[in-house]
Ligand binder design. Sequence first.
Ligand SMILES: [Zn+2]
Length: 121
Amino acid sequence: MARKALTAADLKKYEAALRHMLGVVTGDIDVLAEETSHEAGRDVSTEDAGSEIAALELSLELLGKDEQTAQEILDALDRIKAKAYGDCEECGEPIPKGRLEAMPHARNCIDCQRALEKGTY
Ligand SMILES: [Zn+2]
């Protein structure tokens, strides 16, 4: 179990990812938006769009394009600055790296997130 293993390089990587995602959710990346609408129209899998796009597509799916998500990304960037990034806000445990890779703006570990989702929705 890797615990508390976020290095400065890790944080840099997540920060870059977060900034990229912020660009996506705030609509700064027009190409992606276009790509997504094409997808919707054609109703095909993301596979033939290339793995690069597919990876971004995954982020888009997770994100949606809403202000709340943008805020969560901003919060995550704040946590990086405050050196509080990567810890679950509910239980205080380090969020597994795999989860941060898939969802750099995650504020909770998977267990807490599941519990929250069950309770909230
Ligand atoms: Zn937790």
